[in-house]
Write a protein that binds this ligand. Structure first.
Ligand SMILES: Nc1ncnc2c1ncn2[C@@H]1O[C@H](COP(=O)(O)OP(=O)(O)O)[C@@H](O)[C@H]1O
Ligand SMILES: N[C@@H](CCOP(=O)(O)O)C(=O)O
Length: 313
């Protein structure tokens, strides 16, 4: 995240009176991330993360907060949201929808090994299986409809060769048979910076604010494109095989998923090329704002088109 909206300690101290988590000791803005304003909050009772939601419509937020509670209840290492004294997860602070979740320990691993990838694959399958019993439903907010709209917004800023790449990829993706793929709750942003490691074990999975209902394979593709890609954008065979085999052991891939794997790797690359291009060309105003390079995912998309990787199982 970034900090788009400042929060004064006095304001937060007063707001925390709505909760049963003690008094404010420390407040720190967090510079990582791109979507919301996030803060580490320490109270006399514990350590929490405060999120002020900048762009997500308020009506969509209960889906994410209850999903985190659901997954935590199913034993996944997901931060539980904190209910206020009225038993509500969602409040309002600095004129923004706001929520507190537990702060989990551990740190991100940006140079993962095959063992890390194996654990992430198993965890992602667990998340998909636990998601099957989640009672609420909301579409993937960065699914096909968003992709078309985002492409129209960023296209005028792109040079001619990138416009051609974008047009061709949108046409290719429009022909993919998503209905043939198993669907469910997906995290949709399971990048290395959204997993906290406690030694070799996953201590936390965070940032569920892009979650939604979509093809489970899209989530696998997003995850593989980030966790298993080398510095030059190619897939590392050992890490890819480790992640996919661990996932497959918990939720076996279907024939339709095998057939559509190269297309979904491309869809996942397109999604992050578009969101990064939009953040770059049409930035939101803010105090500390992180913009990730769009070229990285443009190039991953080009590579996945040039050499479609088979599902190695
Ligand atoms: N529950 C948590 N426990 C520990 N650290 C967290 C937690 N939630 C967020 N963070 C920290 O905050 C950073 C940004 O959070 P993130 O959810 O990725 O932001 P955004 O909401 O903008 O997507 C993470 O990289 C991590 O360092
Ligand atoms: N993972 C995405 C952007 C979302 O950022 P996050 O820090 O909020 O997860 C990317 O790399 O483009």
């Amino acid at each position: 995240m970034s900090v788009f909206t400042a929060v004064a300690p006095e304001t937060l101290s007063c707001w925390l009176g709505r909760y049963a988590i003690g008094r404010l000791v420390d407040l720190q803005g967090i510079s990582a991330g791109v979507q919301n304003s996030n803060f580490f909050v320490t109270t006399t009772l514990g350590r929490y993360v405060l999120t002020l939601f900048e762009a997500i419509p308020r009506a969509e937020l209960p889906y994410f907060l209850h999903l985190m509670a659901h997954l935590a209840r199913h034993g996944l290492p997901v931060p539980g949201p904190i209910a206020d004294r009225d038993n509500e997860y969602l409040g309002t602070l600095s004129e923004r929808p706001a929520a507190l979740v537990m702060r989990l320990s551990g740190k991100s691993e940006m140079a993962p090994t095959a063992l890390h990838c194996e654990r992430v694959g198993a965890m992602l399958a667990g998340l998909h299986l636990a998601g099957l019993s989640y009672g609420r439903r909301q579409d993937n907010p960065r699914g096909t409809a968003w992709r078309t709209a985002a492409a129209a917004r960023v296209r005028p800023f792109l040079p001619a060769d990138e416009q051609a790449l974008l047009d061709a990829e949108l046409a290719f993706q429009a022909a993919v048979d998503y209905a043939s793929l198993p669907q469910g709750v997906i995290h949709a942003d399971l990048f290395r910076d959204n997993v906290l490691w406690d030694g070799d074990y996953i201590g936390g999975v965070i940032d569920f604010y892009f979650a939604g209902h979509d093809a489970l394979l899209f989530d696998v593709a997003v995850t593989v494109n980030d966790w298993c890609t080398t510095a030059d954008g190619e897939l590392d065979p050992q890490r890819t095989a480790a992640l996919l085999a661990a996932y497959h052991a918990e939720r076996p891939f279907t024939d339709a998923e095998r057939a559509n794997w190269p297309a979904l790797l491309r869809a996942a690359a397109l999604r992050f090329w578009l969101s990064r291009a939009e953040d770059f060309h049409l930035p939101k105003p803010g105090e500390m704002v992180l913009v990730k390079p769009p070229a990285e995912y443009r190039d991953i998309l080009r590579l996945r088109i040039a050499a479609p990787p088979p599902l190695p199982l």
